[in-house]
Ligand binder design. Structure first.
Ligand code: SF4
Ligand code: SF4
Length: 229
């Protein structure tokens, strides 16, 4: 009796969908956590949904468990701010700081995680502005080493294979950050074979135009994602 939708698409795709189908929609589910805030444009997606007065349901709040197992250095950074909270709690407290979020779906593998989640969600302890800033700063550090594509699209008109290079690089970054992951394989599966990373012929025409000097051909070669089906 209640209609909503789930989206892994870009902000632009979501905007087109909403322009056509927003009537009757009551909620939207997106991948939202403090890393995807920028990595998957979750902030911009949430702002778009706000324009349509759609509350947000969250999937992947802990990014497949990645945000529960931080490096020692990152865990120490957070512990210095809130000694009583474990890293996984920070992922949830970040979401508690966003009034647009009304439902959070967290995958749990065992009874211990279930108990831990119940305990964390038993309390509302949203982050202060300063804590959010520190968390997002730490998240930016976690993304060091990912390709710095700005989606300027200078490269795309020079690709003889017509690849959507910035889109593929965005997926590649996700793939590298997650160590595989669900979304890159899913999205690649929706592309025709001649638009997937494997279609790159390594001509490097794109690289001559990239202001970020990204080694695009190497990334495409390294993007060994297994599409679904
Ligand atoms: S190297 Fe690959 S991505 Fe770059 S222009 Fe050539 S075919 Fe396209
Ligand atoms: S030219 Fe470089 S920065 Fe611009 S979209 Fe292409 S890969 Fe990204």
């Amino acid at each position: 009796r209640h209609l909503g939708f789930s989206a892994h698409g870009s902000v632009e795709v979501m905007r087109r969908f909403l322009e056509a189908y927003h009537e009757g929609m009551e909620f939207c589910q997106i991948q939202l956590n403090y890393v995807d805030w920028t990595l998957q444009d979750a902030k911009a997606k949430m702002e778009l949904l706000k324009e349509y007065n759609l509350p947000v349901w969250v999937m992947e709040p802990v990014r497949g468990g990645r945000l529960a197992g931080l490096s020692e250095k990152d865990a120490e950074t957070l512990a210095a701010l809130r000694p009583e909270e474990k890293p996984v709690a920070w992922a949830f407290r970040f979401l508690q700081s966003l009034p647009e979020v009304v439902v959070t779906l967290s995958g749990m593998s065992n009874m211990e995680q279930l108990k831990e989640n119940i305990e964390i969600w038993g309390e509302e302890k949203p982050l202060s502005d300063q804590e959010t800033e520190s968390l997002l700063h730490m998240a930016a550090g976690m993304m060091d080493g990912l390709l710095p594509c700005t989606a300027c699209r200078y490269c795309t008109s020079h690709c003889p294979k017509g690849l959507d290079i910035p889109k593929l690089i965005g997926l590649y970054n996700d793939y590298k950050f997650t160590g595989g992951g669900f979304v890159p394989a899913m999205v690649i599966s929706t592309l025709p074979e001649d638009k997937r990373p494997g279609a790159c012929i390594g001509c490097r025409s794109c690289e001559k135009l990239c202001p970020q000097q990204i080694k695009i051909s190497e990334a495409m070669k390294d993007f060994d994602v297994k599409p679904w089906g």
